[in-house]
Design a protein around this ligand. Structure first.
Ligand code: G1P
Length: 297
C-alpha cells in the first residue's frame, strides 16, 4: 500500500540564544518576517503540501506559539464588531481549518535527533516530514510539495540539499553523494558539521526532510554526537546502511533565519515580493546604500 505523507514534525523547543534579548520572553519561531512569524511560513508550506497533522515538539516558554495557532475569540470579536473584515480573515486563517495540531514536549535540549524522537508515538509507523522553521524558503512551488512528489517516485528518505561555501561546512550536515537525476542525488555518507578540511563536499542538508519510520529505531539509541547532542544526521547515517537515502536539490531560495544577517535578508526578500512594499523599498534602499557608500569613502 502506498502511504501518503500526512504528518509533519516541527522541532520548536530551541532557545534562540542568537537573538537574545528579543528571545528572552518570546519564542524565536515567533520573530516576524515582514508581518508573519517564521513558524507560520513553515506551517503554511506543510499545509500547501498536503500535510494533515502538524506535530510541534515544544519546550518551556513556547506559549505564544501555541496561542498563535489557536483561535483568539476576543480579538476576532473586536475585529468583527469594528468591521475589519480583511484583518479578521488574516487572523482566522492562521488556524488550520483542515489539519490537526498536536503538541508534545522536549523537556531537555538534547539535540535535533532527540526532538524528533520525542514525536515517535504521534508519528507511529508511517513516513513523515520534518521542517526546521529557521530554514525559510522562497519558492514558486512549496519545497515540501516538491519533495513529496519525489518521495512518491522513490519511496525512500530524503533531505533537501543546497551548495554552501567551502568554509561554511561546519554549520551543516554535509553529504557525500553519487549521481544526480532531476536534482536528486544518491547519498553515500553524511557527517554533522565537519570542519572544512574534513568535509566530503560542499553539499549541505537544510531543514526539510522526509523520513521513513525506521529512523526511530536509530534515534532511540539516544547516542550523542557532534556538540554533545543527539544528532539526526548520525541516525540517518545508520539508516543509510539499511535503506537508500536521497538528497534533493529543490527549486527555491533558502534563507537562514537562525542567523541575524540571514534573518534580515529574509525580511528584505519577502518584503520585496510584495508589490506595495517593493515600490517604496527599492528607491529607499538605493538612497540608503549610496549614503552608506558616501560615508565609507
Ligand atoms: C541542523 C542539522 C544540520 C542541518 C541544519 C540545517 O543543524 O543538525 O544537519 O544542516 O539543521 O539548518 P542546526 O542548524 O540545528 O545546528
Amino acid at each position: 500500500m502506498i502511504m501518503k505523507i500526512k504528518k509533519a514534525v516541527f522541532p520548536v523547543a530551541g532557545l534562540g540564544t542568537r537573538f537574545l534579548p528579543t528571545t528572552k520572553a518570546m519564542p524565536k519561531e515567533m520573530l516576524p518576517v515582514v508581518d508573519k512569524p517564521i513558524i507560520q511560513y513553515a506551517v503554511e508550506e506543510a499545509l500547501a503540501s498536503g500535510i494533515e497533522q502538524i506535530i510541534f515538539v515544544t519546550g518551556s516558554g513556547k506559549g505564544a506559539l501555541e496561542d498563535h495557532f489557536d483561535k483568539n475569540q476576543n480579538l476576532e470579536k473586536t475585529l468583527r464588531d469594528r468591521g475589519k473584515t480583511e484583518l479578521l480573515h488574516t487572523v482566522e486563517s492562521v488556524v488550520p481549518s483542515k489539519a490537526q495540531i498536536v503538541y508534545t514536549r522536549q523537556s531537555e535540549p538534547l539535540g535535533l535527533g532527540h526532538a524528533i524522537w520525542c514525536a515517535r508515538d504521534i508519528v507511529g509507523d508511517e513516513p513523515f516530514a520534518v521542517l526546521l522553521a529557521d530554514d525559510l524558503i522562497q519558492s514558486d512551488v512549496p519545497v515540501l510539495y516538491q519533495m513529496i512528489n519525489e518521495f512518491d517516485r522513490l519511496r525512500a528518505s530524503m533531505m533537501a540539499i543546497i551548495e554552501v561555501l567551502p568554509d561554511e561546512t561546519d554549520k551543516y550536515g554535509i553529504i557525500e553523494a553519487e549521481k544526480a537525476f532531476n536534482g536528486t542525488m544518491v547519498i553515500n555518507s553524511m557527517v554533522e558539521k565537519p570542519k572544512p578540511e574534513n568535509a566530503p563536499s560542499n553539499l549541505a542538508v537544510i531543514g526539510r526532510y522526509i523520513l521513513t519510520p525506521r529512523i526511530f529505531k536509530h534515534l532511540g539509541k539516544l547516542k550523542k554526537g557532534a556538540g554533545n547532542e543527539i544528532q539526526l544526521t548520525d541516525s540517518m547515517s545508520a539508516l543509510l546502511k539499511e535503506q537508500p537515502i536521497f538528497g534533493y536539490k529543490f527549486k527555491g531560495t533558502r534563507f537562514d533565519c537562525g542567523d541575524k544577517a540571514g534573518f534580515q535578508l529574509a525580511n528584505l526578500a519577502f518584503a520585496l515580493e510584495r508589490p506595495e512594499m517593493r515600490e517604496k523599498l527599492i528607491p529607499d534602499l538605493k538612497v540608503l546604500l549610496s549614503q552608506m557608500g558616501e560615508l565609507a569613502n
